[in-house]
Design a protein around this ligand. Sequence first.
Ligand SMILES: [Zn+2]
Ligand SMILES: [Zn+2]
Length: 128
Amino acid sequence: MNFLCPNCGSKKSLSKHSIGKNFNEGPYINVKFEIQCAYCFMDIPSSLSENIEINKIDEVRSLWIDKYKPVHLKQAVKCSKCNRKYWEIEKFLFERQISIKDIFYQTFNQNKKIGDLICKICDPKAFK
Ligand SMILES: [Zn+2]
Ligand SMILES: [Zn+2]
């Protein structure tokens, strides 16, 4: 697989995985797989990052920035305490050689369906 990140230009990827959410509208409606970039840690639709022809690179980058990235930013899982988004947390931990396997835990919240997420940066002791 030939990976090129339209977000940061990195050629290194971490993993390819099925997209976790179902979208009923918007650019993500046809996205089946995402590939996580090993540099910016964002999950990028495989259609925008895998085996992109050289003459399509600029087009794909504009698509990512104008159409997909705003949705990705809005949907991103983030820490309720520090508001860092998952890729910011993973990059932070990775640079300090801390495992990025589990980065959140959930707290109980009566008023919401899902509890608040607290990240490993805010509460490292909870992950030991
Ligand atoms: Zn990247
Ligand atoms: Zn946090």
